[in-house]
Design a protein around this ligand. Structure first.
Ligand code: PAF
Length: 280
């Protein structure tokens, strides 16, 4: 497994790989790898000749009061996990390499990025789309892999790829969960024992809502009310949103007649947890 830190070095290597007609699968991450990332790497391994994993805690997607400095970083552990999972190249640039002095260009999706997470974390998705576009330009992947856990992020990236005619396929893989159903996230380590127990309410309330819908409840306000009541029984610090939206446009749905996604953002202790479920 090769470790490359400079963007121009990776671009040169990718050029050589592509010259030999090999396909490149790409898994972008901020490190602190867990089973969710491993499932993306394994899928990329199956479907491509070369697998590139990026590890870069992207400063531009964190707000001024967010946890950029504190975000968990463990490069040696991540390297070992990446190697075991079958990664060929780890791209681990520094912030200075990705954003040299004087950089003044960014890319912004201007519609979907303003709602839900975007309304609570202004500028977050601008940082995400800018870094992902830069990474796509450096890695030139045939297929890029994202997790459904960050549902809105995946929808926005697919929209950017379509809007800007980017030449990469996006695959979104199911959320990987702990045995007790908590969605894996690098930030779960911030939860104390009691909070960790309460956190399972996200998935449990989604599963209950799914059952209610499957049994014929179609009024979204009623479904949302039931979810809220369930979540509020736990010791939480607050609910940022409980939303039922159309899959691609993320527009609100009044009556459930087709596929929808239920999206949750709940604060437990000092941790914001996201989860979602697609209802077919
Ligand atoms: O999902 C993440 O880990 C990040 O938002 C991403 C896509 C790697 C961009 O920094």
């Amino acid at each position: 497994m090769k470790i490359i830190k400079k963007p121009y070095k990776l671009t040169a290597r990718i050029k050589a790989i592509k010259k030999n007609g090999k396909t490149v699968g790409f898994v972008p991450t901020m490190g602190s790898l867990h089973e969710g990332h491993i499932s993306l790497i394994k899928k990329a391994r199956k479907e491509n000749e070369i697998v590139v994993l990026s590890i870069f805690v992207n400063p531009t997607q964190f707000g001024p009061k967010e946890d950029y400095k504190k975000y968990p970083r463990n490069f040696s552990r991540d390297k070992a996990i990446a190697k075991k999972a079958g990664v060929d190249i780890v791209f681990a640039p520094s912030a200075e390499n990705m954003y040299p002095e004087g950089v003044s260009t960014c890319v912004e999706e201007t519609n979907l990025s303003k709602i839900l997470e975007g309304a609570i974390r202004p500028g977050h998705f601008k940082g995400v789309t800018t870094v992902v576009l830069k990474l796509f330009n450096i890695v030139q992947p045939d297929i890029s892999y994202f997790g459904q856990k960050d549902y809105q992020q995946a929808v926005i990236i697919k929209k950017m790829v379509k809007d800007l005619n980017l030449d990469t396929n996006i695959k979104v893989l199911p959320t990987v969960r702990e045995k007790d159903s908590l969605a894996l996230s690098s930030r779960n380590i911030y939860l104390n024992q009691e909070e960790r127990k309460s956190a399972t309410i996200l998935c449990h309330s989604l599963t209950s809502a799914k059952k209610l819908i499957e049994n014929g409840l179609t009024n979204t306000e009623e479904v949302k009310k039931k979810i809220r009541t369930m979540i509020k029984k736990e010791k939480i610090s607050g609910i940022d949103y409980i939303e039922i939206r159309e899959l691609e446009t993320l527009q609100p749905v009044k009556k459930i007649t087709g596929k929808v996604v239920i999206l949750l953002a709940v604060r437990i202790g000092k941790v914001r947890l996201l989860d979602n479920m697609i209802i077919k």
